[in-house]
Ligand binder design. Sequence first.
Ligand code: KDG
Length: 314
Amino acid sequence: THSFITLGEAMAMFVAKTPGQLANIEEFHRSLAGAEVNVAIGMARLGFEASYISKVGKDSFGQFIRKAISKENIRTAWISESTNHATGFMLKSNVTDGSDPKVEYFRKNSAASTLSATDIDENLFKTGTHLHLTGISIAVSSTMREATKHALNLAKEQGCSVSFDTNLRPTLWPDEATMIANINEFAFASDIVLPGIEEGKILAGSDQPEVIADFYLQHGVKTVIVKLGSKGAFFKTNTGESGTVAGFPVEKVVDTVGAGDSFAVGVISALLDGKAMEQAARRGNLLGSLTVQVRGDSEGLPTRAHLSTLEKAV
Ligand code: KDG
């Protein structure tokens, strides 16, 4: 069996029940957030053995995260507990029309931000097949960045493939230049890079999907898939294979947050299933289209049976 590994910060997310400014909202719906944990959930639902490396606080949010993760059959052995740092959480405004919701973080000095290279168990990588990383973990803190670097090196040493979702979060970085330098350093060291088109503009300085892809391919990346939102995705590999796959028509876009994570689940799972790059990009789009139709980050992610039904229908 293929085993999937990821590392990051999970948070309790409070989504406003009604539209309006966060300061005025009285009622929120609590769910789970964290780009990497979303991907782990998606992989586990598709039947892959999924391990999640993280840290939570000794508090109710930490308990909530652990429970939510074990309910999804994700291995929790590498989730440690901090005694003196609290679990991070975030607020998200209510959108129902696909516009960008307002996000407010309460994660500075969080338990997860204290994760460090010493928390990474080398043995995990001996049996791992694929490691997924994102630009959020490396923005959270310098120790988290070192932990991510260590995981990346261990994965490469053990022959695990590595995917990297650039996932830009400008508010977590001191300035744009630092963000670009760090994100590209990790991207260049990965096998598969998954930038959104808007992120590609910032990171590679072009709004042309192929130029963005070439930028990463020239730095040693094997495959780049540029996400084009409703327009689908452009992929290019270092063997010269390239193409554009169309987006899936969606009846109503509710909230686009989490779509990129679902896209990653589609791509990684398809590649581990032995599918060709075009099919992988297609499955990425399919899963992204499921997530934009729901409010939460992970509730749209399908089980293996559901995915088979959906793929037969297209
Ligand atoms: O990709 C979805 C994430 O944005 C969300 O779950 C929260 O991880 C998160 C973040 O740091 O923005």
